[in-house]
Design a protein around this ligand. Sequence first.
Ligand SMILES: O=C(O)c1ccccc1NCC(=O)[C@H](O)[C@H](O)COP(=O)(O)O
Length: 228
Amino acid sequence: MALIKICGLSTPETLEAALAAGADMVGFVFFAKSPRHLTPERAAALAPRVAGRARKIALSVDADDGALDAIVEALAPDALQLHGRESPERVAAVKARYRLPVFKAVGVSTRADLQGTQAHRTGADWLLLDAKPPKGSALPGGNGLAFDWTVLGDLDRSLPFMLSGGLDAANVADAVRIGRPDGVDVSSGVEDRPGVKNPDRIRAFVAAARAAFARLQPPIPPPETPLR
Ligand SMILES: O=C(O)c1ccccc1NCC(=O)[C@H](O)[C@H](O)COP(=O)(O)O
């Protein structure tokens, strides 16, 4: 089954909206420059609400072991999303230290950027293909920008991947049809403004994504590397 992830949740109400809508994964951002940033303490308060209803994904950007230790202890995530410039060696070290599946984010603008996925084929469990941030952006993700999904025709699909960047309820069907991803991930497209999620938009996105995956022929097979 293809997966739907709502990223950057930070309040009980919007977390509940994502869970009730049937999101498979809920993402928590640990990056101080982000309007969606959570401290480990705030994450610890939100975590029990998930209670097995979805997988908790902890997103960090070039975090060191000390920061990751605090995040893992507070959230008890089901997977780690590394959204910085982590090398394949760092990805492997994080995976080994926490014994958790790792999503490695790779920024895409053109076909050439898909080369950046090759190095992570052996270390990461999943790829998360996101739009490259604009030059000078403070955030490596969560910018609400889409990339040209047709470049995914050239992707080496030996790892499952989430498609991300500028998705919303109106365009996710096209993204799924063109990119045939194993999952989709959204942040800005379910917000009223950066960091402020909208429950109605969350519900609309999950419904549109679910319907888009259901229409796909042939269907997306389950990934070989399931999450726990
Ligand atoms: O969301 C953030 O603020 C963020 C900050 C730093 C690194 C990554 C970040 N988000 C990553 C995500 O998983 C987003 O869901 C993904 O980039 C898509 O974002 P959007 O284009 O806003 O839907």
